[in-house]
Design a protein around this ligand. Structure first.
Ligand SMILES: [Zn+2]
Length: 281
């Protein structure tokens, strides 16, 4: 279409932030920063390459996802441990905090709950910022690699170790459900350590080799009792391709920590959202 005469003026309108976060109930980062100095490790799970594993984190505990052995991306699902239908809402986290999450950002839950499941308390990759391609780490833009998109793009090819399938198998095993019943509970992820963005010219989703190195970690505070599910993406560091067995792939370590008893004085788990759910008269 031909641009209208005032096209430049229309484009020159300054953007407005959709969801200013000043009014958002924020975490007490001073309290959490002090509490994380008192941690005692109480459990760990190693996620094998091209597989997923579940883990549970009691409210008021911390958990860390650490790169071990080689650079590796992880696809994280979070559920309310008492009700797995309350789960991480990646799109709302994106709308509130931006395309990539880091320290102080929160993992919000699905409707009608919409409350923080977890708060990010430490990120050893927070130095990365936004690179010259528009890329950054820990995105909430890329959903998760899945066998359906792979079949669409690869002439019907069947691949069974996409993060979606890994998360489905691991959740089914953990909850004792048939895979067909567990699959609808799997949801869009936090792409831990993944380096992604949108190309400036075509707006396409891109990935590039993650800057993560063994020893780097992302740490969370569990705001309620959590069921976590983490997949070690078949894309490895996601520097070349995913949805295949070609990329070098490494395990990921999940560790759970308990803070000192008196370190969380004044904190309590967030209640569910206060909207009355009537949707009007
Ligand atoms: Zn993946």
């Amino acid at each position: 279409m031909n641009a209208p005469a005032d096209a430049d003026a229309r484009r020159a309108i300054a953007p407005v932030i959709c969801y200013p976060t000043e009014a958002l109930p924020g975490p007490d980062m001073a309290l959490l920063t002090a509490a994380r100095q008192t941690l005692t490790k109480v459990g760990e799970v190693t996620v094998p390459p091209r597989e997923a594993r579940c883990f549970e984190v009691p409210a008021g505990h911390f958990f860390r996802i650490t790169s071990i052995e080689a650079p590796q991306v992880g696809d994280l699902n979070l559920h309310n441990a008492a009700d797995p239908t309350e789960r991480f809402y990646s799109g709302k986290a994106r709308a509130l905090h931006g395309t990539h999450l880091s320290t102080g950002d929160r993992m919000w839950s699905s409707f009608p709950h919409l409350r923080p499941l977890a708060t990010i308390t430490h990120d050893t990759l927070d130095w990365y910022g936004i690179d010259d391609f528009g890329g950054s780490v820990h995105d909430v833009i890329g959903t998760r690699c899945d066998p359906y998109t792979h079949a669409l793009l690869s002439d019907g090819a069947q691949y069974h170790h996409c993060c979606h399938s890994n998360l489905t198998r691991s959740l089914a095993a953990h909850l004792g459900l048939p895979r067909a019943d567990a699959e609808p509970l799997v949801h869009d992820v936090l792409n831990v350590f993944m380096c992604t963005g949108f190309t400036r010219d075509t707006g396409q989703y891109f990935m590039k080799a993650s800057p993560v190195r063994p020893g780097d970690y992302l740490e969370f505070f569990a705001e309620i009792d959590l069921l976590g599910n983490l997949s070690a993406c078949p894309g490895g560091d996601c520097g070349s391709e995913h949805s295949s067995d070609f990329a070098p792939c490494a395990p990921l370590l999940v560790e759970v920590f308990r803070p000192a008893v008196d370190s969380l004085a004044g904190w309590s788990p967030p209640s569910v959202n206060t909207y009355d759910r009537s949707h009007g008269p």
